[in-house]
Design a protein around this ligand. Structure first.
Ligand SMILES: C[S@@+](CC[C@H](N)C(=O)[O-])C[C@H]1O[C@@H](n2cnc3c(N)ncnc32)[C@H](O)[C@@H]1O
Length: 478
């Protein structure tokens, strides 16, 4: 199985004008295995980008690559192929359709928008291509593939898994050709609709969250997103493979973050729980790099899973009469690393301007005289701050009681929603539902909810858990 990274770029002298394409193909070790610079005649900039992509894909097919990661600095093309933008230009539709068709022939295909600097070699080759005008080669356009070298472009390999086809959205509005019909279908997902005891609607969806958000959730219709995605730490989920490269992982994070941004209300809150492990401490920070492109980081909350407060260190403090060592302590055997007892909950908003209900999850004043001093009137609580001690629920038999390797305690989503403000929260979303913990919090709070889970077994468990929570409490006839 050959995985390749293809850098593509198109260059034009004028728009339209004499155009060239540049392609660099690297193998899994990052070694360059092909470089192409071709003159392609007179085209527009966008056509040149697509033709560069097709030339790169043609080469990947000839190399018998099964997985391709395409890097392009054309944001338009990347977004069109990822289903975020529609293809309206009649000039691009054929090229787009052929690209989709070829991409579907790979086992896995991803399109990544990168900065121009990261694509500099392809850019240089594209400019070289423009200069080859005087010795032109036949253009490798979508409509005129070279029969001798592009047989598989016409007969793509059967599709096993293609990201493009997994994230369907009606992207082509004009001149829809039968070859792309698969990506114009609206996906259907197994869905459970439940009603909480307070009458709120809980919708659990078994399917990919990106495709699901695109087809099921309207712009700005979600008040709170609370979620914990896979952390890319090699956790053993039933279906999801948590071992992709960091680059692929972050690209995928970027894709679903774009959808979250779209569906989140202008005054909504997005709580993102993420942790790391001592041997791979960067995940939360790498993720922040992705999220800061789309959101403002309004608060950083530390989810403390276990803590030790020693009486000798606290001194004379009301209520602390002995050492307090509480929470879930996961022993590790290491001479280098201390135990990892906390995770992050990043609170993102669109513009850093969302008012919170801090007292809703407030903590009591220790010194009651402070109530007056801090001007909080009748209220006996103050803001909890950003260190949240939330232990895991105590369990007896891990297989039965913790059927998921990375679920969070119900108090986590509960607190996030209450901090945002229960009264102003109409609908909550969790794109990574797992076994339904955030749905349970919404059932309890009486708030509408939608969640996505790709794995059938976790989805079934979440449905069971939520159904149980939604059962009316039996009353006794006395
Ligand atoms: C960290 S877990 C979430 C656990 C959840 N917070 C709970 O308490 O049960 C991440 C979940 O995302 C699911 N997942 C991975 N990729 C997905 C996708 N593309 N769409 C929907 N769910 C996905 C995994 O199967 C896994 O159950």
């Amino acid at each position: 199985m050959l995985r390749v990274t293809i850098h593509t770029d198109g260059a034009c002298k004028g728009n339209p004008g004499d155009a060239g394409v540049g392609v660099v193909i690297k193998d899994e070790t990052g070694t360059i295995i092909r470089e192409i610079a071709e003159y392609i005649g007179k085209t527009t900039n966008n056509e040149a980008e697509y033709i560069a992509l097709l030339v790169g894909l043609r080469e990947a097919v000839l190399l018998e690559a099964s997985e391709v990661l395409v890097k392009t600095d054309s944001e338009l093309m990347a977004r069109q192929l990822n289903g975020q933008y529609q293809v309206k230009s009649p000039k691009l539709i054929n090229l787009y359709q052929e690209a989709v068709e070829v991409l579907r022939g790979f086992k896995k295909a991803r399109i990544l928008h990168v900065m121009r600097e990261e694509n500099s070699r392809a850019d240089a080759l594209a400019n070289e291509g423009v200069k080859k005008k005087n010795k032109p080669k036949p253009p490798a356009t979508a409509k005129e593939p070279k029969p001798a070298t592009t047989p598989k472009l016409i007969e793509p390999k059967p599709r096993e898994e293609a990201v493009i086809a997994e994230t369907p959205k009606p992207v082509v509005k004009e001149q829809v050709a039968p070859t792309v019909s698969v990506i114009t279908e609206t996906p259907t997902f197994p869905t459970a609709r439940l009603s909480s005891p307070a009458g709120s609607e809980l919708i659990l969806v078994n399917g990919d969250c990106i495709a699901g958000m695109r087809s099921l959730i309207d712009d700005g219709s979600i008040d709170v997103v609370v979620t914990s995605p896979p952390y890319n730490l090699g956790i053993s989920y039933s279906e999801y493979d948590d071992t992709s490269s960091r680059e692929e992982y972050l690209q995928w994070m970027d894709e679903w973050a774009i959808e979250v941004k779209r569906v989140l209300d202008a005054k909504g809150s997005f709580f993102l729980n993420v942790g790391s492990k001592p041997t791979d401490p960067y995940v939360p920070f790498d993720l922040l790099g992705v999220m800061r492109k789309h959101f403002a980081l309004q608060n950083t909350i530390y989810w403390v899973k276990s803590i030790a407060i020693l009486k000798s260190e606290v001194g004379d403090y009301p209520g602390i009469i002995s050492d307090v060592v509480v929470g879930h302590y996961k022993p590790i055997n290491s001479k280098r690393f201390v135990n990892d007892c906390a995770e992050f909950i990043f609170h993102f908003t669109h513009n850093n301007d969302v008012e919170l209900d801090r007292k809703a999850i407030g903590v009591p004043y220790q010194d009651k005289t402070n109530i007056k001093r801090w001007g909080s009137g009748e209220s006996a609580v103050h803001c909890r701050g950003n260190t949240w001690f939330i232990p895991y629920d105590t369990i007896n038999s891990s297989e039965k009681d913790r059927p998921h390797p990375a679920s969070f305690p119900i108090d986590l989503p509960r607190r996030c929603i209450r901090l945002h403000g229960k009264e102003k929260t109409g609908r909550v979303l969790d794109p990574f539902l797992g076994i339904g913990t955030s749905a349970l919090a919404c059932a309890e709070l009486g708030i509408d909810f939608m969640g996505f889970e790709m794995a059938e077994d976790y989805f079934a468990i979440s449905e069971d858990r939520v159904k149980t929570a939604c059962k009316p409490i039996p009353t006794l006839d006395l």
